[in-house]
Write a protein that binds this ligand. Sequence first.
Ligand SMILES: C[S@@+](CC[C@H](N)C(=O)[O-])C[C@H]1O[C@@H](n2cnc3c(N)ncnc32)[C@H](O)[C@@H]1O
Length: 283
Amino acid sequence: MIKAVLFPKSRTTVRRCARGAGPALRRPPSARKTPKPFHAAARHRGPGCLNGRVTRASLDKQPHEVASMFDDVAANYDLTNDVLSLGQARLWRKEVARAVDARPAQKILDLAAGTATSSQPFARAGAYVVPCDFSIGMLRVGKERHPWMPFTAGDGTKLPFKDETFDTVTISFGLRNIQDTGAALSELYRVTRRGGRVVICEFSQPTWAPFRTVYTEYLMRALPPVARAVSSNPDAYVYLAESIRAWPDQAGLATLLQKAGWSDVAWRDLTGGVVALHRGVRA
Ligand SMILES: C[S@@+](CC[C@H](N)C(=O)[O-])C[C@H]1O[C@@H](n2cnc3c(N)ncnc32)[C@H](O)[C@@H]1O
């Protein structure tokens, strides 16, 4: 059973639509306070719709558009991920598992868990894991695959949990999709116990300039055509590419974490910075 359904108010109208500390950890330079601005043009592009379905959210990330888009890709989401990441997604998940370092009886929140593929390593380690997401389509697919897990429907900016409930909170490839990043980071902080930790896995910026150019100018542009071959909704991968380009870099996200109250903020680059693992502690 899926618990505590908290839909964004306008969801129904849309349907009609018009190991943590390693040597490579970096800390944010205190001088750099302002995250990179979002890509202005892409931000104003509207959502994609087909036959009343939201196929692609706009970069304004209206919650109902985002939830609807993920409902639409839920069935093939994990397979498409594996193909489009050229298998890297599995390596990234192993690194998240090392950073979270789940232990038996720990309470872990996996926010924006989708089908709960990201939650599995923590459950296997014996932790009590709550996969939470606001796409009912993703939760449904997850519940079919992992019926024993306490899937919870909830919005990352208004979490349906009491203060200081979890030992560790984590979010993989979800924070970028949440409209109000600061509100989500503050909510994650609120539901974490004192001394508890946050681990964020998210796309970021390759650090080596020549690779960054190849990645942003060529690989990202190749995403939608490749997605056309493997995904039921290639439009969603146009959003994926746009939202990655518009997302703050490693230092920018670290600054947002600090602003939300997290201490000891640091990050580690994976695949040359294509993905970054950020972590922080609730003092
Ligand atoms: C790319 S998927 C990641 C799923 C999973 N964490 C993984 O690594 O496979 C992003 C998820 O974020 C969820 N999401 C986006 N905004 C959200 C919000 N405000 N509250 C809860 N979930 C949200 C979407 O519904 C989607 O399932």
